[in-house]
Design a protein around this ligand. Structure first.
Ligand code: PGA
Length: 311
């Protein structure tokens, strides 16, 4: 059987629209052009495709078979087209990621590993606070956002990809550094070096103390985790930060985790985008990459946090 794709497209359109005229319009062909294609197709398969009853047309048995195959072939071609477009997007596309301040401690590592695999994708990374992330999501600006908790009041779709344990830190010389199983109440008169109001970490800490009926006092406020760690190291007070910010300090033992009852505070990292957003091929590739690789690329801290806390 010698048939062309064009003939199958014409057959599909005529059968679906049940009209030569409408098929001609939808394919931007003349009506004699459509009739010609059908005639040639009938000649090459050796059977009529349509019966003409008055002004109406009906598919013959052979026509129904050919219509069904045409639909499948056209659908397969559409799928191939989508895949090829996605591949083109992955070779030259753009990926705009926005992350919460704390997530920047690991997001760069994820992006670096992703960039090695998809070297044609141009990546931009914005590190900003929760309020700005909320606004960006509202205006559907970034492809994907990495944050501790999806914002309230914006319609978003989110997926958890990793635990985010918050731990209490002190300088190794702090008197509590060697204590075990310290009750939470012990800290109600303590003043902590904390993140700014509006930080996800700060909100989670306040909720945690509130839920446990223990008052929480803030001391100096800082908008950067680095600054908090330095202040705690310098003996300015205790801090509570995500364990993902502590890789270097734990390795070099310039800070220690305190063994506090009910700690760590377990939060989660989310990948977030506006509900209904159609992810670009690079964004979809990054989403899948994070789910498949976050565990192997990023250090596994949660076990360490629990272990240290339960020693
Ligand atoms: P941060 O934490 O805002 O304290 O940096 C991230 C988040 O909770 O979204």
């Amino acid at each position: 059987m010698h048939v062309t794709l064009r003939q199958l497209q014409v057959l599909e359109a005529v059968a679906r629209l049940n009209s030569y005229t409408k098929a001609a319009e939808s394919l931007h062909l003349s009506q004699p052009g459509v009739s010609m294609q059908i005639k040639q197709l009938e000649e090459s398969i050796g059977l009529p495709l349509f019966e003409h009853v008055g002004k109406k047309i009906h598919l013959t048995a052979a026509g129904r078979e050919m219509f069904s195959y045409s639909q499948r072939i056209i659908q397969l071609l559409d799928e191939a087209d989508t895949i090829i477009e996605e591949m083109k997007g992955l070779q030259s596309g753009r990926l705009a990621i926005s992350v919460a301040t704390t997530a920047s401690h690991f997001a760069t590592r994820l992006l670096a590993a992703f960039a090695k695999q998809y070297d044609g994708v141009t990546i931009s990374l914005d590190i900003t606070n929760r309020e700005s992330l909320r606004r960006q999501l509202e205006y559907n600006e970034p492809d994907l956002v990495i944050m501790g908790q999806p914002p309230v009041g914006v319609d978003t779709y989110s997926e958890i990809f990793m635990e985010n344990p918050l731990v209490m830190i002190a300088s190794p010389e702090h008197p509590l550094a060697k204590e075990r199983n310290i009750p939470l109440e012990h800290f109600q008169n303590e003043h902590f070096v904390v993140r700014e109001a509006g930080s996800g970490t700060r909100g989670a800490i306040e909720r945690f103390f509130n839920e446990h009926g223990v008052s929480f006092h803030t001391g100096i406020e800082m908008s950067s985790n680095e600054a908090i760690k330095q202040a705690v190291e310098a003996g300015l007070g205790l801090g509570i930060v995500s364990i993902h910010t502590l890789e270097l300090e734990l390795a070099t033992q310039t800070l220690v985790l305190l063994d506090v009852q009910d700690f760590p505070i377990i939060r989660h990292w989310h990948l977030v985008h506006r509900t209904g957003k159609r992810l670009s091929p690079p964004a979809e590739a990054f989403r899948q990459f994070v789910h498949a690789n976050a565990d192997s690329i990023l250090p596994r801290f949660s076990a360490q946090a629990r272990f240290q806390a339960s020693k």
